[in-house]
Design a protein around this ligand. Sequence first.
Ligand SMILES: [Zn+2]
Length: 130
Amino acid sequence: MANPAGYWREIPQRYRLEAGKCKSCSEMYFPPRLVCARCGSRQFETVKLQDKGQILTFTIIRVGPSQFMDETPFAVGIIELDGGVRITAQIVDCDFEKLAIGQRVRLEFRRIQKQGEAGILCYGHKCVPI
Ligand SMILES: [Zn+2]
């Protein structure tokens, strides 16, 4: 899963904020998966995600992997979107000292990082406290 091609395949789903909902057990996946990890079903319906939610938990990262070095410290949280889907996203435009579990956030589509010497820009969703 951790290969660059996999990352690029995820882009359309990230862009559209669409999740896959298992037709058998209703488990939600974002980005969508081909096989349900809970029940093994391959039948999914596409569900539009809400762009607002709340912080379930978060971590302040002060020494990050190299591609994020110019951005440390940064905050990463698990966000439960309205509707129940959980995603992991960077939390930006906030005072880290004031972040709290349960805080309301809004998802915005932002540049995540420059990749490699070619300076390819990667985009994804980041959370901004409301
Ligand atoms: Zn399932």
